[in-house]
Design a binder for this molecule. Sequence first.
Ligand code: ATP
Ligand code: MG
Ligand code: FE
Length: 345
Amino acid sequence: PLVLGIETSCDETGIGIVRGRRLLSNTIASSMAEHARYGGVVPEVAARAHLEALQPAIEAAVAEAGIALGDLDAVAVTSGPGLAGALMVGVGAAKALAVSLDKPLYAVNHLVGHIAADILTGDDVEYPTVALLVSGGHTSLLLVRDLVSDVEMLGETMDDAAGEAFDKIARILGLPYPGGPEIDRAAATGDPQAIRFPRGLSRASDLAAHRYDFSFSGLKTAVARWIEQREAAGEPVPVADVAASFREAVVDVLVTKALDACAQHGVPRLLLGGGVIANRRLREVALERAAAAGVAVRIPPLSLCTDNGAMIAALAAELIASGAAPSRLAFGADSTLPVTEIQVR
Ligand code: ATP
Ligand code: MG
Ligand code: FE
């Protein structure tokens, strides 16, 4: 089926068009720059930006795909989880588009959309797989037995998302937003073993209990304290070593838990998604340790890992192929939509 997907759960206005498992276009407008001076995404600013970006993004995606809106078989939209106001803009636009074109509408789960992105790489996808989604808004470990019918949340962050932690530490170090790429760059010349920062929820007892939740706020506090003490002592802060040691702590926790989940569930496959996957050390450590554990790692291209509309269209196309009925128009935005609700009927 020919499907147009709308994604507005955070700061990216994503419009993607797919024909079945084939990607035709993937247009993304980001309001990231507008959030820079606040050091994080401001929900109200994001919602307004979506409103302005949607129409031109839809036109661009349709032109790039070389289709006419009337050709579409369905419209798809992220209905949650995400920022309520931002989601509402996308949901409203999707309903208007579907009704005016008289096409079926599929309201889908954003997190499952991230998993669906992998389908568009053209390689054969195998389930079950464990999926680790790490971005500015989520840090989730999922067990995917079947993309359209069986996704289980193994664990998620109890406080900050991994990307959020990168952004906050960058801020403390005086680096600009978004902090992830900045820390990555600064860490390149640092020693990852220079400072032993805490690994949240990774004590032997946590690991023995196969607890897959994450916590990064203790790490954030530890880094802040360490820097404060240095400054109080009148000593210079070794930015590269702090960045490398902090990055190592985050990466260690993410990879350890993901591979533990693979072993515990007997699943030799790990899919990575979310904007933090851009982190060079994360990719490196994940690939190294997974190879040693006999786990195959899949990392879609970054344009499909960060928030985008194509993954939403891809998930809807899979739902349609599996015979799922369209969503009823009464659905709304649900900022806390659970991952088990793959489609909102
Ligand atoms: P959502 O959480 O809804 O998926 P988001 O906009 O918060 O959306 P993304 O756009 O997927 O998340 O990713 C942005 C986050 O990824 C930011 O927190 C940014 O700092 C982080 N990030 C980007 N590049 C890197 C990197 N090289 N290393 C670590 N973090 C990175
Ligand atoms: Mg973003
Ligand atoms: Fe996302």
